[in-house]
Design a binder for this molecule. Structure first.
Ligand SMILES: [Fe+2]
Ligand SMILES: [Fe+2]
Length: 473
C-alpha cells in the first residue's frame, strides 16, 4: 500500500498522526521550538533562498525522491517510517523468534530511550556544526547538497523525536526538549558525542565529515534497523535511504578535491599544488587522518557489556544481522579484537558478545577502505605516485583502550615527546587549516566552481551541472 503524504498538514507523516490527537498536539507543541532552533542554529543566512531539494512525499521508490525549488523556511519536515514487514520477528538475542515489539517492553524502556536519544542528538548536532558553510560554497551545486544534508538531518531529529513522543510518555517529551537545548561545542550543554562537538569550519572538513562521520551514522542506523522494537527499525530503515546521499556528497566532494590536485600536478608538473590554488594530497591525507580517527571513536569501547546487553535484549543488532550465518545468540562464539598490553598492540580472541562494538567498527573500516580505494584510482589515473590510506585504528584515539597511548598512523606506539614533535606531520596544523580556510571563497554563479575543486561529473536529478540549484530571492 502506498500512503502519500499530505503536505498541507502541519506535520507531514505516514504514521496516521491525525488519528492520535494527543500525540499530534504534543508534536505540534514541540514544532515551534524546532523551527526556532532551525532559525537560530540551522544554516545561517539561508532564510531567503530557494533550494532545489529532494523532499520525501511518500516512502515508496517513486515518492521519496521528489524534487523542486523550496524556500528554505517553508521546508516541511515529516515523519516517515518504512512500510511494516508482515509478521516481523525479533531476529537475535534471548527473545529471538518472538514477534517484534510494537510497544516498548517495560524492562527495556530506559535502555531503549538512551539509544534513541544518543542517535537523535547527533542529527541536529551536525546541522549546527555545518551552519556557516553556506557562506563559502564552492558552487551552487555544492550549496544545494549542503542544504539537502541539513534538512534531512533535521528530519532525522524529527524521526527520533516522534519515537520519544509516541512511545516514552513524559520522559520522552523531556528528552525531545533537551535535544534542542544541547548544542554542538557548547561549554555547558554540549552534544553527547565528541565528534559532534568538533567544528566543521571548511568544505574539505564537511566532505570528510559526510564521508566518515555520516558513515558512522549508517552503521549505527543499520544496527538499530535490526532492532526488535519495530517502530525504531522502520524509522531507521527509511533514514538509511537518505543517509546514502550524505555519504555520496562526502565521497564525491573529496574525490573532486583530489581530482583537482591531480590536474594541477599533471598540468604544471609540480607537487606544489598550493601555488596554483589547490589542496595538495598530503593535506588531504591529514584531514582524512583526523576525521577517520574521531569517527572510529564513535563506535565506543572495544569490549562492552552495554553492547552485549543491547544485543541480548534484542534492541540493537549487528550490521546486516539476518545475513550472518550463525546462531544470532552468540553465547559461544569468539571474535578477534586488537588490544593494548605491556608488549604493545596485539590481537586476542574474546567472547563475540562482548566485542560487538569492535565488530561494527570493523565493518565500518572495511567500508571506509573501499571509498579510499576509489579515491586512489583517481590519483592512479593521473599517473601520480601517491596513495591515500586509512590510519591505524589506534591512531589519535580519545575513546577505548588506545586512548591511553600515542601512535603514528601505522599504529607504531610512540612517546608523548615524539607525538608532540611529529603530530603536525599527520594531522592538520593551524597553518594547514588557515590555508584551506583562505581558499573558501564563495562561488555562486551557476556552473562555476572554486579553484580548489573539480566540477561534479553530473548534476542532481538529471539536471545539468550549470542548473540554478539555488536561487537568491
Ligand atoms: Fe542523519
Ligand atoms: Fe547524515
Amino acid at each position: 500500500m502506498i500512503m502519500t503524504i499530505d503536505y498541507l498538514e502541519r506535520i507531514p507523516n505516514n504514521v496516521d498522526l491525525a488519528s492520535n490527537k494527543r500525540l499530534q498536539r504534543a508534536l505540534e507543541q514541540w514544532q515551534p521550538g524546532y523551527l526556532q532552533w532551525w532559525k537560530e542554529l540551522g544554516p545561517s543566512e539561508a532564510q531567503t533562498l530557494e533550494v532545489y531539494l529532494r523532499t520525501a512525499v511518500s516512502v515508496d521508490a517513486q515518492g521519496w525522491a521528489h524534487y523542486g525549488h523550496v524556500r528554505m523556511p517553508d521546508y516541511r519536515w515529516g515523519i516517515f517510517l518504512a512500510p511494516p514487514e508482515r509478521d516481523r520477528r525479533i531476529n537475535f538475542g534471548v527473545n529471538k523468534g518472538q514477534p517484534a515489539w510494537q510497544e516498548v517492553p517495560g524492562e527495556q524502556r530506559a535502555t531503549l530511550r538512551r539509544l534513541i536519544v544518543t542517535q537523535g542528538d547527533t542529527e541536529p548536532a551536525s546541522v549546527e556544526q555545518q551552519r556557516h558553510l553556506g557562506k563559502t560554497c564552492p558552487s551552487l551545486y555544492d550549496l544545494r547538497n549542503l542544504f539537502q544534508v541539513n534538512v534531512e538531518e533535521g528530519r532525522h531529529l524529527w524521526a527520533m523525536v516522534y519515537l520519544l513522543h509516541a512511545h516514552f510518555g513524559r520522559d520522552g517529551r523531556e528528552e525531545a526538549d533537551a535535544m534542542l537545548e544541547r548544542h554542538s561545542g557548547d561549554a555547558d550543554k554540549p552534544r553527547l558525542l565528541g565528534a559532534f562537538n568538533e567544528e566543521t569550519p571548511d568544505w574539505l572538513s564537511f566532505f570528510m565529515f559526510t564521508f566518515f562521520t555520516d558513515r558512522d551514522g549508517k552503521y549505527q542506523l543499520a544496527s538499530l534497523a535490526e532492532s526488535g522494537f519495530d517502530p525504531l527499525s522502520r524509522s531507521c530503515r527509511f533514514m538509511l535511504t537518505e543517509e546514502a546521499h550524505h555519504m555520496f556528497v562526502g565521497e564525491s566532494g573529496v574525490g573532486r578535491t583530489i581530482q583537482r590536485a591531480c590536474e594541477i600536478m599533471a598540468e604544471h608538473k609540480t607537487d606544489d599544488v598550493r601555488k596554483y590554488g589547490g589542496i595538495d594530497l598530503p593535506t588531504i591525507q591529514k584531514y582524512l587522518n583526523f576525521h577517520f580517527s574521531v569517527s572510529v571513536d564513535l563506535f565506543g569501547q572495544e569490549l562492552s557489556t552495554n553492547a552485549a546487553n543491547y544485543y541480548t535484549m534484542g534492541l540493537k543488532g549487528r550490521f546486516e544481522e539476518t545475513k550472518i550465518g550463525d546462531d544470532h545468540v552468540l553465547e559461544h562464539g569468539f571474535y578477534d579484537v586488537s588490544v593494548l598490553d605491556d608488549s604493545g598492540i596485539r590481537t586476542i580472541q574474546v567472547p563475540a558478545l562482548t566485542a560487538l562494538n569492535e565488530r561494527l567498527r570493523d565493518d565500518y573500516i572495511r567500508d571506509c577502505q573501499k571509498g579510499v580505494d576509489r579515491w586512489n584510482r583517481i590519483i592512479e589515473r593521473h599517473g601520480i605516485d601517491y596513495r591515500l590510506r586509512l590510519p591505524h585504528r589506534a591512531f589519535h584515539r580519545a575513546i577505548g583502550t588506545f586512548s591511553e597511548i600515542k601512535t603514528d598512523p601505522d599504529g607504531r606506539v610512540i612517546s608523548e615527546a615524539e607525538w608532540t614533535r611529529r603530530h603536525g606531520e599527520w594531522l592538520p596544523t593551524a597553518e594547514d587549516r588557515a590555508y584551506v580556510q583562505a581558499l573558501m571563497q564563495p562561488v555562486t554563479q551557476p556552473g562555476k566552481v572554486a579553484s580548489w575543486i573539480a566540477p561534479p561529473a553530473k548534476g542532481i536529478d538529471n539536471k545539468p551541472v550549470d542548473f540554478e540549484y539555488v536561487r537568491f530571492v
